[in-house]
Write a protein of this length. Structure first.
Length: 262
């Protein structure tokens, strides 16, 4: 029951959507540096290639690029078929790709709902459904395959920013993950959520620049999330230590949800 076995992901095949930047990049690095074979997919082909180049220089595991625009169903299918040509099993699926939209309530456009919910919610189901055969091929009774959905504290609390479709999409993702945990648990596949608080990422860059100190003041631990925080949580959920966790929504937020001031 040593640590090396409890958190071991060596030689596991992992797909991280949006794995070239931000939180996805942090997750990808965590898996690669611990010996996993990681596939990175997003619509930014250059970013995918660059991330793989940097990650492969770290050694231990490996990184591979399969670019795809997940807004397009055809691209989702193409990515899945390409992965099936390369692999017969998928041990871990990290649904991380996402988008946001902010606008005042009276001006919030209908198009923002279509765009954000498509990527943040609908495509999680699209990809998970299509990749289920590979996930089933990888699991054993002692080592289930894992789905890790990257959610948000904004899908649990009411945020101060006017990001209506984002909050709704993440709340929907949390519930979808629980439903998948019930359905796919019977196939020996777990489904869990990391409800992330603020992390250093492209999506959060402007917000942290303008409101970073205010945000940190509302977090009991007094800091922004680091790559080690999110990578460590993913390694836990993907290793033997997390093999009995199913249907959970884990707040990875330094206490943001419990730090609200009345």
């Amino acid at each position: 029951m040593d640590v090396s076995n409890l958190f071991n992901v060596k030689d596991k095949v992992v797909l991280v959507t949006g794995g070239a930047k931000g939180i996805g990049r942090m997750i990808s690095e965590g898996f690669v540096t611990n010996g996993a074979k990681v596939y990175i997919s997003s619509r930014d082909a250059k970013a995918c290639e660059q991330a793989c180049k940097e990650l492969n220089a770290l050694g231990k595991g490996s990184a591979h690029s399969i670019p795809a625009d997940f807004y397009k169903v055809e691209d989702c299918k193409r990515m899945v078929e390409e992965l099936k040509k390369r692999e017969t099993k998928l041990h871990v699926l990290v649904n991380n790709s996402g988008s946001n939209w902010g606008a005042p309530y009276d001006e919030f456009p209908d198009s923002a709902w279509t765009r954000v919910l498509t990527l943040n919610l609908t495509r999680v189901f699209t990809l998970t459904q299509a990749l289920t055969p590979l996930l089933e091929a990888a699991c054993t009774p002692e080592d289930p395959s894992r789905i890790i959905n990257i959610g948000s504290v904004d899908g649990i609390r009411v945020p101060s920013l006017e990001t209506f479709s984002y909050s709704a999409s993440k709340a929907g993702l949390h519930q979808l993950s629980r439903v998948l945990a019930s359905h796919l648990g019977k196939r020996n596949i777990t489904s869990n959520v990391l409800a992330c608080g603020p992390f250093e990422s492209k999506m959060m860059a402007a917000t942290l620049k303008d409101f970073g100190e205010v945000i940190k003041s509302g977090i009991p631990l007094g800091r922004i999330g680091t790559p080690q925080d999110v990578a460590g949580a993913c390694l836990f959920l993907s290793g033997r230590a997390g093999s009995y966790v199913n249907g959970a929504v884990i707040a990875l937020d330094g206490g943001t949800l419990v730090g609200s001031k009345l």
